[in-house]
Design a protein around this ligand. Structure first.
Ligand code: FPP
Length: 254
């Protein structure tokens, strides 16, 4: 099948804990396997020519998990960046993050900054980790910054449009995700890219993240290729049929 070009793929990597429980192992065992899978999927996306890949690695709500699990996840992140940055450079992958850096341990912030700087010249895949990320928090912060720009006279009320608002989000200038994959059978966004997902396509799979493979990725991309995206307007086919049936004033579908 010819894959439809996809600029931005976002993934909610869910099910590490359940995967480990099924194997009667501690939850962190699932995070270790989940990290290996993430590494592989990052390489696959890079080689497939996807331009942006956002991985939901740690949500604002994840801070409420037991302290030992939070520390373990921070360790995973630290070690991933320390060990993988040279590979990211080799693969021409540029790394960045979205989320509240202020809540991260200081040395993790330093490591994140080092990896961002070391890969800033890379022109291949743009890899984004959503860490300590919550979309409602991101939107609230954007509203505050926009309000400040209004108060400071750097922006006029009449100039505020969705496009202008978008520029205040931490994800800017990364384009909105074309496709969002969520593993583990859950069918919700869980505070991930709420604004940006306005016209994203969704792909849900029952596979738990540690079992997710390149084949699963290809199935998701195949499914995306079959979607007819209308962005609230008319699809190409519908547009043609409307032209043929001129006089009809049927309008957009969603
Ligand atoms: C969801 O599974 C997963 C997370 C909260 C963490 C995701 C993190 C990784 C896959 C590792 C980080 C990756 C890199 C590359 C640094 P869950 O624990 O919510 O599983 P459950 O829903 O079954 O409990």
């Amino acid at each position: 099948m010819n894959l439809k070009p996809l600029e931005h793929l976002a993934i909610i990597m869910d099910g590490n804990g359940r995967w480990a429980s099924l194997k009667r192992k501690p939850r962190v065992y699932g995070h270790v396997k989940g990290t290996k899978v993430a590494k592989q999927i990052i390489t696959d996306c890079s080689r497939l020519g996807i331009k942006h890949l956002t991985l939901y690695a740690f949500s604002t709500e994840n801070w409420f998990r037991p302290q030992a699990e939070v520390s373990f996840l921070m360790n995973i992140l630290r070690r991933y960046l320390k060990r993988e940055t040279s590979n990211l450079i080799k693969e021409n992958i540029k790394f960045s993050i979205i989320g509240d850096m202020n809540r991260l341990p200081k040395d993790v912030v330093e490591t994140v900054k080092e990896s961002m700087l070391a890969t800033s010249h890379c022109t291949g895949l743009h890899l984004v980790f959503a860490i300590s990320y919550g979309s409602q928090q991101e939107i609230t912060q954007a509203a505050k910054n926009l309000g400040k720009a209004l108060l400071d006279g750097n922006l006029k009320l009449d100039e505020v449009t969705p496009e202008v608002f978008n520029r205040f989000l931490s994800s800017y200038p990364t384009p909105a995700p074309d496709l969002i994959i969520r593993t583990s059978g859950e069918k919700r966004l869980s505070n991930f890219l709420l604004w940006q997902a306005a016209y994203s396509e969704f792909y849900f799979t029952d596979k738990l993240w540690p079992d997710f493979t390149k084949d699963d990725l290809m199935q998701a991309l195949d499914s995306f290729s079959l979607r007819k995206r209308r962005f609230g307007g008319v699809s190409e086919n519908l547009e043609n049929s409307l032209e043929l049936n001129s006089g009809s004033n049927e309008v957009a579908t969603h």
